[in-house]
Ligand binder design. Structure first.
Ligand code: NCD
Ligand code: ZN
Length: 349
């Protein structure tokens, strides 16, 4: 008799940091996320950005309309914080249940972040409302100064910006997005309250050699850029530890191949398609499958003060799963993140 395949059942995962884009790109990728995830925090860095509550409501409607027939998926919307953001609009959008968080991009930090924040004093009234009502602030934690080395921008952001902000506003509920350094892991671990962090698929798996050694690999380039190996090890250690302050945010960020494979390639890895399998493989490699549900399905909702999903998914271990390498869109293809090792865990129900 054949041995039965190992399986693992967990509450349906959520993705606490995701880019859907809009239009044809969104239509091509929403199903990739909705297949395995119940909810996702949807990033607002469209062109133009999602700034007002009404923009977020309209965008949520476009996402829902693009979902495949029968999908059970809830987009959790965010507003893009600008120096002109109206605190009353943020409060109203939160109270109406239109938004779940606000996103802070330091101006110029990443894709479509030109209308982000330069002068933190200007957004203080919005942050005060958020502190008051407990609305989470998702932060892209990198300084943008040209004189700071790109590999140091996260660590410098913690010292120069994040820590002073949190000391000034200890009641503000912050999520440090897509952390990539030991510095960020240590900083989050040291926080007693009101700080969580998301971790992507790629930062569990790649270091900067994957991007640069033996040829430049644009599909591994994202921001914050992957750092040296000791940082990857620290980030991975935080994810598999089960510590409730760390949870999954894919930062799946679709760009067409021609925009990535270019003299000035865009930042972003697209991982929605195989993220659940890849994260499960990572936890299996580290002997931490007992912490998988915490990372994918429990820690995020707990931090966001939302109920965990009641629905379950089951993964089965067997022959490597053949995920598509590319996703077609009417404007061209996009490349699915290649973890560089076979994925044995398949979502079966
Ligand atoms: C994201 C994108 O493409 O929108 N890119 C990325 O490299 N992660 C933006 C972001 O989250 O920084
Ligand atoms: Zn992102």
């Amino acid at each position: 008799m054949a041995a039965t395949a190992p399986t693992i059942t967990l509450r349906r995962p959520d993705d606490w940091h995701l880019h859907f884009r809009d239009g044809n790109m969104m239509k091509a990728v929403v199903g990739e996320t909705a297949r395995h995830f119940a909810r996702a925090i949807v990033m607002p860095n469209l062109v133009p950005p999602v700034v007002r509550g009404a923009d977020a409501a309209a965008y949520a409607e476009r996402i829902r309309a693009a979902l495949p027939e029968g999908a059970r998926f809830t987009p959790l919307m965010t507003l893009y914080l600008t120096e002109e953001t109206d605190p009353a609009d943020v409060r109203a959008a939160a109270e109406a249940g239109i938004i779940t968080a606000v996103k802070l991009y330091p101006a110029g930090a990443t894709t479509n972040s030109a209308s982000g924040v330069r002068d933190f004093k200007k957004v203080r009234p919005v942050l005060e409302v958020m502190e008051q009502i407990g609305l989470p602030l998702c932060i892209h934690g990198e300084v943008t100064d040209k004189d700071v080395d790109i590999f140091d921008r996260e660590a410098v952001f913690i010292d120069r910006t994040l820590d002073p902000l949190r000391r000034e506003m200890p009641g503000l509920r912050v999520i440090m997005e897509h952390i990539t350094t030991r510095d960020a892991v240590d900083y989050v671990r040291a926080a007693e309250r009101n700080l969580g962090a998301t971790i992507t698929v790629q930062h569990l798996i790649i270091n900067r050699n994957h991007i640069l050694a033996g040829g430049i690999r644009p599909h591994y380039y994202c921001l914050p850029v992957a750092k040296r190996e000791e940082h990857r090890v620290a980030v991975r250690g935080a994810a598999v530890s089960g510590d409730a302050r760390f949870f999954f945010g894919s930062d799946s960020a679709p760009h067409l191949d021609h925009a990535k494979e270019s003299a000035c390639g865009c930042a972003g890895c697209f991982s929605a398609t195989n993220a659940v399998s890849a994260v499960t493989e990572v936890f299996d490699q580290d002997g931490a499958l007992d912490k998988l549900e915490a990372f994918l399905s429990l820690n995020g909702p707990a931090y966001y003060r939302l109920p965990a999903n009641e629905e379950r998914i089951t993964l089965e271990k067997g022959e490597p799963v053949a995920y598509p390498a590319k996703i077609p869109t009417p404007e061209g293809e996009l490349t699915v993140f290649d973890p560089g090792f076979p994925l044995h865990w398949r979502v079966v129900g």
